[in-house]
Design a protein around this ligand. Sequence first.
Ligand code: DQQ
Length: 470
Amino acid sequence: MPEQKPLYHFRPPSNWINDPNGLIHWDGRYHLFYQYDPYSPLGITTKHWGHAVSEDLVHWEIMPIALAPTPGGPDEDGCWSGCAINKDGIPTIIYTGIKGRENRQETVCVSQSHDDSLVKWDKYHGNPVISSPPENIELVGGFRDPYVWREGDSWYLIIGSGIKNVGGTVFLYKSQDLINWTYLSSIYTRNQKETDPIWTGLMWECPQFFPLNDQYVLIVSVRDNEKLYYPVYFTGTYEEYKFEPQALRRLDSGADYYAPAVMFDDKGRCIVFGWSWEGWNEEAIQAVGWSGVMSLPRLVSLRSDGLLNIEPVPELNCLRKNNYCIFEFDLSSSYIDLPVYGDCMEIAVEYELDSANEFGLCVRRSPNGEEQTAIVYDAISNNLFINRDQSSLDDRAYHGVHGGPLRLNDKESLNLRVFLDRSIIEVYANNQMCITERVYPSRDDSLGIRLFSKGGKTRVKSVELWEMKL
Ligand code: DQQ
């Protein structure tokens, strides 16, 4: 059985992790907090805030647990997701306190650190600072995941929820001191219609809200009937405490990416991490003793058409070793197997569209093809997807085809960057679409790469591959 634990994606050695939390660039170092169950790979005991630190977003050092539930406190059943900010020079976490397992109370709590390494945290003695949702609104799915920012001389906080028979919503609060909060309004509630091209669910988790150039971006994680779904982003305008969206897209079109969180670093860059859950069943998770991985850090900026430009941070290039490349060749209803093999690789391919109906590449391919994962562009329907129906002979692994629309302009090439890291695959297409999937090949020789073109010709402008090493 090949090693499935990712090498250059962050995760602690064992047990469960989920959402990235409280991302903050402090004193020249990147801090990544994350939902962590230190006692179980299935995430069934209480959630803590794990902590890791990095100087380059690539090499991480694991630090002691930052937040743990306090018996008898408002977070005695879990320290759930939230954010970190700089309050007048004091690192401050604002998070969701969970009390009660059957009848769950979700509140907003505060904790501060007085050392620049952000190791030791002191919870505010008066927690919770918001003890219940706004009154007279019938909510579904919860009230959690505060996200805070400074504007003028005030602090603002948004929190995710859902309004019964309407859809996802984001409530807004205001404060002068992070302790006393006044409810203002919902900045945006999505009146969900069956005809919407992207279903935005019944409830929103982990809202993130920030300006980019002259627009505002709202990212939410869509949750529906207790089934975790996917994150979407809206871009639009924000005035008088109301957000008016103009565009709506999936932030990632794969099956295994959720709860993204953003941070702005000292260079003013907007960086996003997401949680990739496992794509195999609990029996497999128990057997390996770990679950969940952080996505690669993604750089997000605004394009002139109001959509997001999303690409991996350039710091990741330091992982590239042993380069292999080929340039300029045609595939005419044919394929080519590359003389390069691996499960930790970056692959960059530029395709020029021609007469083919379908083209792409297969990765983690066994010599006889009984295991392979296909990354396919369908030039008829203009969709890009990952097909993991044949990814694994292990029947504990999930299957399926996941992706979405990617319309290429006239003469626009398809530029794919594919990151293989054992059981995780991240695909970046033309800096505007990402697909994250988990695959678990069972054969040690499922390491091959095949480029293909079906139903006609495709010109491959370039293929570049690097082995990735930490
Ligand atoms: N995960 C956290 C919640 C959040 C959810 C709990 C999203 O705070 O709503 O671990 O994955």
